[in-house]
Structure formats: structure tokens, C-alpha cells
Design a binder for this molecule. Structure first.
Ligand SMILES: [Zn+2]
Length: 164
């Protein structure tokens, strides 16, 4: 467990704000997917502070991922930019006095990551060929367009995302 994900509650007492400015290796996302890759570092900027009995995280997240075009399978680059993400945790739930935001950061990034992409800004050069090929089997085409969700098995149900 990396220390850089940790927020020490004691350091936030008396109205102190901790500035967060980190660049994480994408390894912490622990992706099992073969087709989705995050490139470079994941930049996290923001702050942590206490408001009443809650720890508040306020973050801007910048990342870039590569995933296959759902038509031609070529790599498509997508930015994952999350601005003004707020997350609150009751301090009394942080029994150790140290909050580790790695898990919520991972879930937040994966939730904002597109499930599929098409190259050439949605105009894959091979789209025409595929449309021709599947003309008689329109159900197959709609599967290509809508049904391709390579990351549908990620468990993101537990996300609690709060915006003020
Ligand atoms: Zn393509």
C-alpha cells in the first residue's frame, strides 16, 4: 500500500487543509482487462479537509487510456478527465485515523472510463465495410454498436459520488 494515498486525519484538525498533488502510476488501478490500458501517470490535484464530522476530498483527476476501436480493433486514445469530484466520509468511520483513498480513486476513474470507443472520432474507416457486410444481418451490426461492453464485469456498484 502506497503512502501517497493516505490522508492523516490528525493533520487536518483545526481547519487545516491538505493539498493533494500526486502523479500515480496506473498500476494501482489493478486492471485485469487485456484491452484497456492507462497511459503515463494519473494526475490527481485537489485538497482534503474536515467539514463538521466529515472528511472531504475534492479532486481533479486527469488520465489517458487506450482501448480498442469496436469496429477495427485499432487503438483509440481517450482522455479521462474528472473535475471537481467530491467525496465525503464520516470521520468516525475512519477508525485508524488514516484514510486511504486509493479504492475510491480507482472506482471513480473506472466509472468515468468509456466502455467502448471508435477510432477516427466515431468514423472508423472500416465502418462502411462492416455495414456492407452485415447489411442482411442488421442484428449483428447493432451488437457491434451497442452491445460491446468489455468492462461490464467491473464491480462499480459501490460508488458513492457526491457533488455539491
Ligand atoms: Zn476503427
Amino acid at each position: 500500500m502506497e503512502d501517497s494515498f493516505k490522508i492523516f486525519i490528525e493533520q487536518l484538525r483545526e481547519g487545516r487543509t491538505e493539498e493533494i498533488k500526486e502523479c500515480f502510476s496506473p498500476a494501482f488501478l489493478q486492471l485485469q482487462e487485456d484491452e484497456l490500458h492507462f497511459l503515463d501517470k494519473i494526475a490527481v490535484d485537489g485538497e482534503a479537509y474536515l467539514a463538521d464530522d466529515d472528511l472531504v476530498l475534492h479532486l481533479d483527476i486527469d488520465a489517458q487510456c487506450s482501448l480498442p476501436c469496436s469496429i477495427c480493433n485499432g487503438a483509440v486514445l481517450k482522455k479521462v478527465n474528472i473535475s471537481d469530484f467530491y467525496y465525503t466520509v464520516p470521520v468516525k468511520k475512519i477508525k485508524s485515523g488514516v484514510y486511504d483513498y486509493q479504492k475510491i480513486l480507482r472506482e471513480t476513474i473506472l466509472l468515468e472510463t468509456p466502455a467502448f470507443a471508435e477510432c477516427n472520432e466515431g468514423k472508423c474507416p472500416q465502418r462502411k465495410q462492416i455495414e456492407k457486410y452485415f447489411k442482411k444481418e442488421s442484428s449483428v451490426l447493432s451488437e457491434v454498436e451497442e452491445g460491446y461492453q468489455p468492462f461490464a464485469n467491473l464491480d462499480l456498484d459501490k460508488i458513492k459520488k457526491q457533488k455539491f
